[in-house]
Design a protein around this ligand. Structure first.
Ligand SMILES: [Zn+2]
Ligand SMILES: [Zn+2]
Ligand SMILES: [Zn+2]
Ligand SMILES: [Zn+2]
Ligand SMILES: [Zn+2]
Ligand SMILES: [Zn+2]
Length: 248
């Protein structure tokens, strides 16, 4: 007994959960954010129950404020508050079926993944950092077009933008091909951007090699998450369409 980790409770689930490390090859999905479960996670202690949570999803605050919705606090709900059991994310317009940050006054809903998107990111293919915008950068009625996939970004959706170059992209990476090369301080996926830029001198030391390896690993995970998100989105959209058809 002494070697077993203690179980913990989370209000989203009836059974106790226990900490574990989730591996990519297990291909499990977080029951909170619907994304691939990798890294520190919690699993339901009941063997027959497939309930998993990222550690980060486990720790999400019950109430938060977000710049994109300054007038009201947002409440974390463990399932969508709508009859359809899905919601449309106000940031990316994709459907969601798990955890959601909701403003019940405005029917404003955010994916837990979207709410934690970094305010500034570096993206392959653009030399400047891109800034997260919560609406169109144009006030003159110009239409925002994603400079990566060339599709329109509707005015009310979030995007990443470089003012200097008038370069904009969808919130989520829509690039078909991405390089596996680790980026320094990219800070994507809501992680804290590291400021400890190695200035070459420390190269070759075991510590910096390890750091580089970890960074590469993190980049891989990020890409896998993004890839999975695409698949998941397609699935959720299909599910939502079915649910809608049933309502008609
Ligand atoms: Zn999660
Ligand atoms: Zn359970
Ligand atoms: Zn979203
Ligand atoms: Zn509101
Ligand atoms: Zn795009
Ligand atoms: Zn630029």
């Amino acid at each position: 007994m002494a070697s077993r980790k203690p179980s913990v409770r989370h209000p989203s689930h009836n059974h106790p959960l226990r900490g574990q490390k989730a591996l990519a090859e297990e291909e499990t999905i977080c029951s909170g954010c619907d994304l691939d479960l990798i890294g520190a996670a919690f699993k339901c202690t009941k063997s027959e129950c497939e309930y998993f949570l990222h550690k980060s999803c486990f720790e999400l605050p019950r109430e938060t404020r977000h710049k994109s919705h300054p007038d009201h606090p947002l409440t974390l709900l463990y399932s969508p508050p709508y009859e359809s059991s899905t919601y449309e994310c106000s940031a990316c317009s994709e459907y969601g079926s798990g955890f959601v940050y909701n403003c019940s006054i405005c029917q404003f809903d955010l994916h837990v993944g979207c709410i934690s998107m970094a305010e500034s990111v570096e993206r392959e293919g653009h030399e400047h950092p891109l800034t997260l915008l919560y609406c169109s950068p144009y006030t003159n009625g110009l239409i925002v077009k994603c400079d990566v996939c060339q599709e329109t970004v509707p005015d009310h959706l979030w995007s990443y933008y470089c003012k200097e170059c008038d370069y904009g992209t969808h919130l989520h990476s829509c690039e078909v091909e991405e390089e596996v090369e680790p980026k320094r301080g990219a800070g994507g996926g809501g992680g804290k951007a590291s400021t400890s830029g190695n200035k070459g001198g420390g190269r070759g030391s075991a510590a910096s090699e390890l750091a580089a390896m970890l960074e590469a690993q993190r980049e891989m995970e990020r890409m896998q998450i993004e890839l999975h998100m695409e698949m998941q989105r397609a699935k959720i959209a299909k599910k939502a369409r079915k649910a809608c058809l049933k309502l008609i």
